[in-house]
Each structure stands twice: as C-alpha cells, then as structure tokens.
Design a binder for this molecule. Structure first.
Ligand SMILES: Nc1ncnc2c1ncn2[C@@H]1O[C@H](COP(=O)(O)OP(=O)(O)OP(=O)(O)O)[C@@H](O)[C@H]1O
Ligand SMILES: [Mg+2]
Length: 1026
C-alpha cells in the first residue's frame, strides 16, 4: 500500500509546473485576477447537434464546468504571499472537513452575502468523518451495523487521522437551531481544536516547502544518482503493477466479488438472487476475458444489474475507473442516488456528470477509484477531457445503457463519436452495451468489435391487446390477421358519457384502478391533462376515500413546490389518485408525482411517450390512447418502450397493454405490431453530415489525427464506416471526409500548418473555441458575430444584454412571442435596456405595432425578435426566482420555462468556454462566470450547497434549511432517522439517500483539496536540473 502511494506521488512529480497550476479548482481559475486562461480545465466538446433535440423531455446539454460552490471563499490566486496561500489551504481543508458552515465560504460574492455567518447554525459535530451508521439500519449482517468500512479506512488513514479528532459524542444528527444561545461542550471543543488542526496542516506545508526549497542548493552528484536509481525502480514497479492489474483479481465468490457485494445488493436493492440469464451472462467467456460485449433483452429483463456487477468488478478487482452512460438526466440522478450507498460501503467515488454537474477533466483521486455516471453529452465531454489530459487509459470500462440510441439522431451521433474515440485511443478499455433487441446487432458488433448475448427473458409475462370499438383482440404476430378476438368490453355508458368518452377509457381503467396501477399514454401534453380530468369526472366518490391522507400530503407538497401555487388540474385529479405527467410540469412536480405513483398513492398517470423512455415506472395495465405521438404515427421502438412498462416484477403475475385503435389505422397498426425488429443506423451523416464535421474537427483539435490519411484511419473505426454502403449513397466515406475537411477549412475552423515541410492539419482558434465550447457548427459564426457586436456596446446596466447573448439559438423556434406581453414587458424596461434592444434589432415601435395587430413590412430578423423575448423571460426569472408568476406573466408552461433556464445555463457555459479560447473576448470570462452561477442555481443563495446533493431540489432544500440543516456538512453528518422525523414528508429511504449523497460529496470535496495540497507540496522535477 505504501509502495503504491510512493509510486503515485513520485509519478505525479513528473508533471510540469503548468500542469500543477491547472490542478487548481475551476473557480480559482475563473476568479483569477489576471484573467488567465485555464488550458486544462476546459469544457470539452459535446456535439452541438444536441441542440437540435426536442425540448419536450430531453433538453440538450453541453459540457460545462461545474463550479466549485465552495471555491469562491478561497482567494489563493489573489493572495500575494505564498505562505499565506498555504495558510489558506489549511484553512480551507478545515472548513470542508469540519462542520463549520460552508456558507461563509460564499461570502466573497457580494450577491450571495445574505448568508448567515459561520457561527449561526453550526452543528455540534466537528468532523466530516463522523458518519452515522443508521443508513445501514435494517441490514441483517452484523458487520454492516458497524461504521461503514470506507469510513473506517478513512479514519485509519494516517493522512486524515489528524483531522479525525472528534469523539463518538461529537457525532450528532440534529443541527442546533440556535447554537449561539447554547454553546455545548462539543462546540467549545471544536472551536478549540479547529485552529490547532489548521496550524498543523499549514505548518506541515510550510515545513515541506522550506525543505523542498532548500534542496537544489544541496543537490550532490550522489543525490542525483540516487534519484535516478529510485526513478528506475519505480518505473519497474509501475510496469509490474500494470501487468498485475491487467489480470482480474478475484476478491471473492460472487462473480469475483466479495460476498459483501451480494449482501448489499440484497439489502439495498431487495434482490436476493440473480436471474438465470444474468448468471449465464456474467459467466460468459467474453466477460471473463474482458472482451467488448453487447447484450440485448426485452424491457424489464434486469439488464442494469449485470452492468452494475461488471462495474463493481472493474472498480474493486481491477482498480480502474468506470464510465456509465445513460440517456437522460433523470436516469443519471436516479443511478447516482442508487449507487452512492454502494460506493460508501465499498470505498469508491460516484461522480455525477449531468446538467451543469461534472468537472473536465475529472479530479484525480488519491487511491480511490471513480465511477462516472454521465449523460450522453457529458460522457463525450468527459472522454474528450481525458484524452486531452492523457488519462483515458485510467477508465477500464465504459458501459452504455440503451445502446440502440446510436440510431437516435444527433444524440446517436454523440454516442458513436465517444465510443469511436475510446476504441481508437484506449485499447485496454472494455466497452459493454445494453440494448433492447435489435435487428442489425451485427453492424454494432463489428463497430465495437464486440460479442453478443441475447435472451428473450422477461420476469413478468406481457400480453399485448388492441381495442377496436367495443372488442378487445390479443396481438399475435404469428397469426395472419395479427389479432385474435379476446373479449367484449363490459361497460354501461349513458348517452352523454358515450359522447365524451368515445374510446371507453373510463371502462378500461376502472378494470384495474385503484387497487392496481395504470398508465395511459396520450399523443399530446394537452390531451394528457384532458384525459386525466375526464376520467375523474366519471369516477365514483369511493376513489376519494382510497389513501386519502397520503393524497392530502402529496397535494401539500405539490403546493409547497410551487411556493403556494398548485396546478388546477392536479388539484382536481390527485384526490382521485390520478395525475398527468409531461414536460409542462416542473422537475419537482414530476418527481413528486413519480414518487407518489411508485408508492401506490397515485394509481393512474396520463403521460406522453417520454415517460416510457425515462425512469422505471411500471404498471399493471398500459393503455395507448392512440397510435400517434403528436401527429406522427408510432414507431415500433416507441411502441415497444411504452408497452414494455406493463407488468411489475415481483408484484404482478402478468402485465397487459391495450392499444386503442380506429378502423382507419388498422392496417398501419398491424404493421406496427408485427414489424421486424428495429435497426440501428449511424447518425454521423445526420443533418447534412454535421456529425462527421464535428468529429473531424475534434479529432484534429485533440491531436488524435493531423492528416487526411490519419482521419481516414480513424473514421474506418466508426459505425458509419461499417454501414458505409447503406448511409453514404452518393459518395464514398473517403470523399465525404475530404469534403468535410475542405468545408472546415472554408469555415476557418481548420487550417494547414505553415511550418516548412509540415503540412499537418490544425484547428484554428475559432475551431478550438467551437469544439471546446461544444458550439453547434451551424451557429459558431453567428455566435462569434453576436459576441463581437455585443462587445462594441455591451450594456451592463442590467443582466439583459448578457442573458440575450446566452439565450440558446435552438430554443427560439419553440416559442412564439405573445405580442401584448412582449409590448408590456418592453415598456417596463429601462431606457438603457430599450436602447440595447434597439441595437440588437428590436425597436419599441416594432413591438408596439405588432401588439396593435398591424402588419409590419420592415425587414426584421425573426430569430433576434424571438430570442430577445426569451431573454426577457429569463430576466424576469432571475429577478424574482418564482417560476409560477413568470409562467403566468408570459403565458408559458412552467416546465418550458424551467427547460429554458437549464438550457440557457448550459449554453452559457458553452459560450464561456468558447470565449475563453479567443483573446478578443476576454471581458466575457468574468461576466459569464457570474451569470452562469446565477442561471444554474436560480434560487436563494443559501440553498445552493444543499441543492448540490443528488435528489435535493429547491423545495426539499428549503425544508432542510429551515430545519437547521444549512450546510453540506450538516447533511453528511445527519442521522437519517432523525432527518426523516424532523423534515416533513421525508421518507426514511430518501433520508438515507440524502445523507449518503452528502457524505459522498463532502468526501469528494475533501479529496480534491487534499489533491491540491499534495500538488502544492510536490517538488518540481525540473528543479534538479536548474
Ligand atoms: N435478479 C433479479 N431479481 C429480482 N428483480 C430484479 C432482478 N434483476 C433486476 N431486477 C429488477 O427488475 C427491474 C427491471 O430491471 P432493469 O431496469 O434492469 O430492466 P432493463 O432490462 O434495463 O429494462 P429496460 O429495457 O426497460 O430498461 C428493476 O426494478 C430491477 O431492480
Ligand atoms: Mg434499462
């Protein structure tokens, strides 16, 4: 172990000075007084084409720096004395690792100063490691009742021993509301201890630095020789270690893992035994020998567990990092919550890469392995940053869930780019893909050089039906007619009811609810709300009695999530146990509805197709209101996803789906249910080859390739190359590549080196800014022009101008201005703001004439007009932070406004990275950093640290804050039992997850600081040669 530490330390000594500087946390760099660029901490390319995504459910993400929220208090870059910096580092560590409130750390920001002082709300405990054991309560194994092993290890770690000065009595779960009034012994102890600890850390640092500083003057020949011998020994040791780690080391009887993992799966997931197919799959030769693998099974087959076991093997046995790619933010968050307890027990890190979370490149962990759980776009950014830092080899395993999404538009293109880069750069990284059954899995196998495992196992039998008039037919694709008559629907409708519910939805749902659950998929959002309302109208009063108290609680929570506002439709439907679920709801509302449905408080959800691809919400019966999504006929994959929600494993003996169809759709539906399996086609040529263009730009930028031949070689490893004949109809792939390179040159993104006899391809500054900022190639010129024009007359009197510059171009088409609202808002702007609007091309007279209904002939850029309208929405939101009143004022759905806010914060970080690469845009760095912070956390500043914890949204953060849990340290040290009792409507399971996530986050921050401290202490290698 000590050898390992030694090796790591010495190896990191080889870093250059610049490299070490770049290990500072992002905020330090961003707040650098000199406005210095930060080459290492860059937002990596995430394909801009993600911007094209429908905002309905999956708003696009871009890579972005996650801001270290605790970084702002730190002024290391502005300190003049280096020893003072060291003092600060010691001080910082104390802050993070002691229970002193991190909120103080934000005090440097004038707009976040309404925070309480550090002495307010400080809890009794003083140590970040005083983890409570209670989240393990209920475990059968005695060994689990003890302190988590990870924490024991942490406590035993000599490096942390100093800081673990608290006694058992120091542990408390209940923060004091008025600590200043009752200073406990523990508090006094803590105050006494803290400065001491601080002194010792800084003293150590100073001593070590002094020793290092003294070294060069006394370097003798023998010392140099000794150093050379040691270096040689280390390199041999490292090679030996590497060859050992190539072989999987068995740690126990559970597929190479210790029995403890099996017990954790049982206790945390409730899974006692693996399905037969899961065992077979885990024992496959290809798995044992770490070959790439694709495994395909029907929905709900239990694919995830196999992937999770393989991930644990990689982390624990092979001691390499792993990357788990999931298609949606909600899925990433759910997985992070689910795996954090495993991580605490088994001593690895879980790092979230979704939305604005995730660092590029990730922090190097000391002795701990990391599991990165990422969305498609973030995973691409992460892989890019690891390539740039030459660290991709550290990732031993990449798992892709829903691999068939390779065929899904621009997001598919991003998965393909990510995997192609991993395949090309890191031969030792294993790739595993899970998928629903595919028609052309062979192509993907060839692309990934993978083996394939297929099984048609489904834990609960699925029966598919269609309903035509009053008859129900079972789907049997083997029969010629496809449908076999099953039964007549039993309903007694009045004439009035028959008129309103022509499709007999009420009759279909009342066969199962309220005792069993039902999902009704509707073609549009409005239809979801109407259908939910309509069903309630015909439900008996008995439904109201069912779980009445729980439903009242849910309504209360929904109301408090809206700061007192409650959706009128939900107000009417929830008492009956019904709700609608679509992107018009806020994410908090969606989460509350999902949780209530999972807990059986709600028995029916009307929803859009997006729910099918999102989180795991199974139902006894799934009804498809019609075979359409909006105006488009269902695709087979969509149909399969929706009906796949039927049947709850372990609860139902079977699940059933009923598709309501009209005579006119009969033929198409027959095709739909009997069509061959979906095939998956490369999307690099999607949107006029935007994928190929972006990929080529980034491989040149990342120095993976720098000649046409090398690009050709790289591209031969893509799915596009496998499917060349199918996809590149008019030109060969080689011709496409040549054209793309020419186009990139024309656009000024790529150039040929002017060095004599070089002739290599290089990215230009604009090209680098474009791929580093993940800016869509279609918009990069426009963005450059807008920013340049903005710089000429930047209006800083309010945020409006900056907001306008970061309003995403791709959201413009999703909202038509309401001219009356536009005019009213325009007139409320200050004179300077109006002047700025006129400067970008929207004058008051134009808006006034539009509001008056006049036809304006003047040539006005519609994109600019609509973009400014969205900027006004965002400005209102930043001013008031109340989603509901802004939604009301602009007559937009609150879900849309929330989506607009998150996309703008993501685009803001893209623009920030874009400007960082272009010197002429230097003023934007500081301005956009602050704007990004505001857009990312559009809440009161004191809630920000709590909202960093996975699963804590604004409403929960408020509750926690009001209950006295004001900092991350409060949450990390809380007793979940007490937390659940103190905070209204917080279930024990949720409390466990909150505490576990907070512990993880705190460890992560402490680790990052420790890493930084080590870097500071490292003697520069080139010192000897001076
Ligand atoms: N061996 C097992 N015993 C009991 N339940 C299991 C087992 N394996 C998985 N499950 C449960 O089955 C459910 C479905 O599993 P999972 O989400 O992995 O399905 P999936 O194959 O990924 O389906 P989909 O294609 O819909 O994503 C989960 O609730 C999971 O906890
Ligand atoms: Mg799955």
């Amino acid at each position: 172990m000590s050898a390992e530490i030694k090796v790591k330390r010495l190896s990191s000594r080889k870093r250059s000075r610049d490299r070490r500087i770049s290990n500072l946390t992002p905020v330090r760099k961003m707040t650098s007084a000199s406005g210095r660029q930060c080459p290492d901490h860059t937002g990596q390319m995430e394909l801009s084409s993600a911007m094209d995504q429908s905002m309905d459910a999956k708003f696009s993400e871009y890579c972005s720096d996650t801001e270290d929220l605790f970084g702002d208090y730190d002024s290391i870059v502005s300190d003049s004395s280096f020893l003072a910096k060291l003092d600060r580092v010691g001080h910082d560590i104390d802050h993070t690792t002691s229970s002193r409130c991190p909120v103080v750390m934000l005090a440097g920001n004038p707009d976040f100063t309404s925070l309480k002082s550090s002495t307010d709300n400080c809890p009794k405990q003083s140590c970040d490691d005083s983890m409570t054991e209670s989240f393990l309560e209920g475990f059968t194994d005695d060994s689990f009742v003890d302190m988590p092993s990870s924490q024991l290890a942490f406590l035993q770690d000599p490096q942390t021993a100093d800081r673990n000065c608290c006694t058992d009595e120091d542990k408390t779960s209940m923060p004091m509301r008025h600590p200043e009034k009752s200073v406990s012994t523990e508090d006094r102890n803590e105050r006494h201890i803290a400065p001491k600890a601080r002194k010792s850390v800084s003293d150590n640092l100073k001593r070590a630095m002094m020793a290092n500083a003294a070294t060069p003057s006394s370097v003798s020949r023998t010392a140099v020789q000794k150093e050379a011998v040691v270096t040689e020994e280390i390199s041999v040791a490292m090679q030996a270690m590497e060859s050992v780690s190539m072989v999987t080391t068995d740690l126990g009887p559970f597929f190479g893992l210790p029995t403890k993992v099996k017990e954790l799966i049982c206790n945390l997931k409730g899974i006692k035994d693996l399905y037969e197919w899961q065992k077979t799959c885990l024992n496959l030769d290809s798995v044992q020998q770490r070959r790439n693998l694709i495994y395909s099974l029907p929905t709900s087959g239990g694919k995830t567990l196999v992937a999770e076991i393989l991930i644990l093997k990689e982390l624990l046995c092979r001691k390499r990092d792993a990357l788990f790619i999931l298609p949606y933010i909600s899925l990433v968050q759910e997985k992070v919550r689910g795996l954090t307890s495993f991580a605490l027990e088994l001593d690895f890190m879980v790092e979230e890469y979704a939305g604005s979370k995730g660092r590029f490149p990730p922090v190097k962990r000391r002795g701990k392995r990391s599991l990165y759980i990422a969305t498609i776009e973030k995973a691409h950014g992460l892989v890019n940053s690891l390539i740039e830092a030459n660290r991709l080899d550290n990732v031993g395993l990449v798992v892709v869930d829903e691999l068939h999404m390779l065929g899904d538009g621009s997001r598919g293109a991003i998965i393909e780019m990510t995997l192609a880069k991993v395949l090309y750069i890191s031969k030792s990284t294993q790739i595993i893909g899970m998928s629903a059954t595919l028609g052309n899995v062979q192509d993907i196998q060839t692309f990934l050089k993978a083996e394939n495992y297929t099984n048609d196992f489904r834990p609960v039998e699925l029966k598919e039906y269609v309903k035509l008039k009053d008859s129900i037919y079972e789907v049997d694709s083997k029969e010629e007619e496809c449908f076999r008559f099953s039964r007549l629907l039993n309903f007694k409708y009045s004439t009035a009811m028959q008129k309103i519910d022509q499709d007999h939805i009420v009759a279909l749902v009342t066969e199962v609810i309220p005792s069993q659950s039902c999902l009704v998929f509707c073609p549009t959002k409005k239809n979801c709300e109407n259908v939910a309302g309509m069903i309630c109208k015909y439900l008996k009063e008995d439904f109201i009695q069912h779980k009445q108290a729980e439903k009242a609680v849910l309504l209360g929570e929904l109301r408090s999530s809206g700061n007192g506002s409650l959706c009128p439709v939900l107000k009417k439907t929830v008492p009956y146990g019904l709700a609608y679920h679509h992107s018009g709801l806020t994410s908090e509302e969606r989460k509350l509805v999902e949780e209530a449905y999972s807990a059986g408080v709600l028995c029916l959800l009307t929803c859009t197709s997006t729910l099918a691809a999102g989180i795991n919400l199974p139902a006894r019966r799934v009804i498809l209101r019609s075979p359409y999504v909006a105006a488009d006929f269902l695709k087979r994959s969509q149909y399969k996803q929706m009906v796949g929600r039927a049947g709850r494993a372990g609860i139902d003996t079977h699940g059933e789906s009923i598709l309501i169809l009209q005579d006119k759709d009969k033929v198409l539906v027959k095709k739909l249910v009997s069509a061959p399996m979906e095939i998956c086609i490369s999307n690099l040529m999607h949107s006029d080859g935007k994928g190929v263009l972006s990929l080529i730009l980034s491989v040149i930028g990342l120095n993976i390739t720098n000649s046409l031949e090398q690009i050709r070689d790289f591209m031969s490893g893509t799915l596009l190359s496998v499917q060349e004949k199918q996809v590149c109809l008019e030109r060969s792939l080689w011709e496409v590549i040549q054209e793309c390179v020419e186009l990139l040159k024309e656009k000024g993104l790529v150039t040929v080196s002017t060095e004599p006899q070089d002739g290599t391809l290089q990215v230009t500054k604009l090209g680098r800014a474009t791929y580093k900022g993940s800016v869509d190639l279609t918009y990069c010129d426009l963005l450059y022009r807008d920013l340049a024009k903005g710089l000429e007359s930047l209006m800083l009197d309010s945020f409006l101008h900056l907001i306008y510059l970061v309003t995403p171009y791709d959201m413009v088409s999703q909202c038509k201005p309401d001219w009356m609202v536009y005019f009213r808002q325009f007139t409320m702007l200050s004179a300077v703001e109006q002047k700025m609007c006129a400067a970008v091309g929207v004058s008051e007279s134009f808006v006034a004439r539009k509001a008056a209904g006049q036809n304006v002939k003047k040539n006005v850029d519609q994109v600019v007009v609509s973009r400014l309208y969205l900027a006004l929405v965002l400005l209102s939101l930043l001013k008031e932070t109340d989603l509901w009143s802004v939604a009301d004022r602009f007559q937009l759905s609150r879900g849309f406004i929330q989506t607009l806010l998150s996309s703008s914060s993501v685009f803001c970080s893209c623009v920030l990275h874009f400007t960082e690469e272009l010197e002429e845009f230097w003023p934007f760095k500081a301005l956009l950093t602050e704007l990004n912070r505001r857009l990312t956390y559009c809440v009161q500043a004191e809630l920000i640290p709590l909202m960093e914890v996975a699963g804590v949204m604004e409403r929960r953060a408020k509750q926690l804050y009001n209950a006295g849990y004001t900092t991350l340290a409060h949450l990390a040290n809380a007793d979940p039992n007490v937390l659940a009792k103190t905070v209204e409507n917080l279930f024990k399971k949720q409390a466990n997850q909150i505490v576990a996530s907070a512990k993880m986050l705190l460890n992560e921050k402490a680790d990052a600081l420790q890493e930084e401290m080590d870097d500071l202490l490292m003697m520069p290698l080139d010192l000897l040669s001076l």
